[in-house]
Design a protein around this ligand. Structure first.
Ligand code: 13P
Ligand code: SF4
Length: 371
């Protein structure tokens, strides 16, 4: 019988690793361990699949074999997996059996996702509908958001996007309605829109703390095609233009590679922008001797540097920037979760209510159709 979490915390890394491997052997393909690129090395080494948010969602949507998922990532990712893996058609195929999706630490959230709450988005929506009339604005939520915001998008004809398909999702949205409300990450929205030829004057920022009209004059909103929620990721917002200038002065041949959650001033100076998987792919495809400064979470950058000693890989900031919530998943809570699952007594199961999942699924299915 699996023990308490404290018992696992006292075990060595070797013991935890071999116990997790024993669970993997015992459960075989029935257990799927998914790992986001920002996870610690020792955790990612035990994942069956690693990827960015888009790939991990797709894998959860497509897998027909697994009977349990452990998600080594953050809360919104586990919610998304639960909605996709337990959608009605899949439940019917399994005669109603629900695949438990386990998040080894329930405190592994995302501070960016927390910057938009459903009551704030509903209040914004009511004001935009008052200004523009019904069905004039398309809601687009970044996947880094709670399930009820994805459901909001599903109910109002909108879509979810990830950093890998944000452009496709915005094009999808603008093909259907003249304006878009994009939440919660202003940077991903702005960086993507600029690359589609949308001018900054055609964008407004909605500050949910600023009262009526989100701190804008109605006229500013009327001129805007894209209304950006004032949210940000504190890990990525810390990269600054001066960090790019520093590396360019030091190494004139350096290539700057950043995640689109970085601010526009940094992204505009970069050579390449991409989701975490695109960052991995670009490094993998580069010849020996390539020099990179990478602006994303430190565990991924350090892993790339270790896996590619033939290249020169630097972290694009003079200080450590890590995602504290991704870091919460470790060998002890992973082992604790895995052994409970193997014993048929899953812990930390993430279960999205049916009334929310039903609408969130609509917006996620649209997301999966947009490359
Ligand atoms: P990716 O979808 O690019 O992996 O990004 C997820 C994330 O949380 C970045 O901070
Ligand atoms: Fe959220 Fe930022 Fe962490 Fe990504 S890096 S999970 S956006 S807090």
């Amino acid at each position: 019988m699996a023990a308490s979490l404290e018992t696992y915390q006292a075990m060595s890394a070797e013991e935890l690793t071999s116990r997790i491997q024993a669970v993997r052997r015992r459960m075989g393909p029935e257990l799927l361990i998914l790992g986001h690129h920002y996870q610690r090395d020792e955790v990612i080494a035990l994942a069956d699949l690693r990827g960015d948010s888009y790939q991990l969602s797709k894998q959860a949507a497509e897998n027909r074999q697994c009977r349990a998922i452990i998600f080594c990532g953050v809360h919104f990712m586990a919610e998304t997996a639960d909605i996709l893996v337990n959608r009605p058609e899949r439940l019917a195929e399994r005669s109603g059996f629900r695949v438990p999706v386990v998040l080894p630490d329930l405190e592994a959230g995302c501070s960016l996702a927390d910057m938009a709450r459903i009551d704030q988005v509903e209040a914004c929506w009511a004001q935009l509908t008052e200004l523009f009339g019904p069905e004039q604005v398309m809601p687009v939520t970044y996947v880094n958001s709670a399930a009820d915001l994805k459901a909001f998008c599903g109910r109002h004809g909108g879509i979810v996007c990830t950093s890998a398909n944000a452009r496709g999702a915005l094009e999808w949205a603008f093909a259907r309605r003249p304006r878009v409300l994009f939440f919660p990450d202003q940077h991903l929205g702005r960086n993507t829109a600029v690359r589609m030829g949308i001018r900054l004057e055609e964008m407004a920022v909605w500050n949910p703390q600023a009262g009526r009209w989100g701190g804008n004059q109605p006229e500013q909103l009327r001129q805007a095609r894209l209304i950006l929620w004032k949210g940000f990721c504190c890990v990525h917002q810390a990269f600054l233009p001066e960090h790019v200038h520093y590396f360019r002065r030091l190494y004139p041949d350096i290539k700057i590679l950043v995640h689109p959650e970085c601010m526009k001033e940094v992204v505009d100076l970069a050579d390449e922008i991409g989701s975490t998987s695109r960052i991995v792919r670009l490094v993998e495809q580069s010849p020996p001797g390539t020099r990179w400064a990478i602006g994303t979470e430190i565990h991924l950058v350090n892993r790339l540097a270790k896996e590619h000693p033939e290249q020169h890989i630097y972290f694009l900031a003079p200080f450590v920037r890590m995602c504290r919530t991704m870091y919460r998943i470790d060998l002890s809570n992973l082992c604790w979760a895995a052994e409970h699952l193997a014993d048929g007594a899953p812990v930390n199961v993430i279960r999205v209510e049916d009334s929310v999942a039903q609408y969130a699924l609509l917006a996620l299915e649209r997301m999966l159709q947009v490359a």
